[in-house]
Design a binder for this molecule. Structure first.
Ligand code: IDP
Ligand code: MG
Length: 142
């Protein structure tokens, strides 16, 4: 796992429920990201709370934790040069009403909380989040 070239994504429960896993993964691969780990899992509320602990105390925190533990997510480690920034461009702004046309959040989000997909915000977060979801044996770098 090379710092600077990876990001962690999660397709959120609403997009999973609406059958958008395939379309979203296709868009990610077509944009040049290589999947290095992939998993479908349902986060218990305590795990969702831990994943989003930087937002603890914010008004949307409780509903975010509730939503993120409400159904399965699809998590993946993605590799590409400049992965964090390029992936955030691909997914679009946090609030889908502000997201650029063609971005994943513009296409598949319902609203700001149910915004279809997660992308790490820094190289450090990407490493931490990758380890949160995947053991070394579940990661395929070469
Ligand atoms: P990001 O996902 O674009 O990095 P963050 O600020 O890290 O955005 O927020 C984490 C998640 O919390 C967002 O993806 C979104 O689901 C939710 N969220 C952020 N801000 C709001 C808000 O103002 N209202 C409702 N949900 C929010
Ligand atoms: Mg964030």
């Amino acid at each position: 796992m090379k710092k600077g070239n990876i990001t962690l994504t999660m397709i959120k429960p609403f997009a999973v429920k609406e059958h958008h896993i395939g379309e979203i993964i296709t868009q990610i691969e077509k944009a040049g990201f290589t999947i290095r780990a992939l998993n479908m899992t349902q986060l218990p509320a305590e795990k969702a709370a831990l994943f989003y602990s930087e937002h603890k105390g914010k008004p949307f925190y409780e509903s975010l934790v509730q939503f993120m533990s409400s159904g399965p997510v699809v998590a993946a480690i993605l590799e590409k040069e400049n992965a964090v920034e390029d992936f955030r461009t691909l997914i679009g702004a946090t609030d889908p009403s502000q997201s650029a046309e063609g971005t994943i959040r513009k296409l598949y989000a319902k609203d700001k909380t149910h915004n279809a997909i997660h992308g790490s915000d820094s190289d450090e977060s990407a490493i931490r989040e990758a380890r949160f979801f995947f053991s070394s044996m579940e990661q395929f770098f070469r």
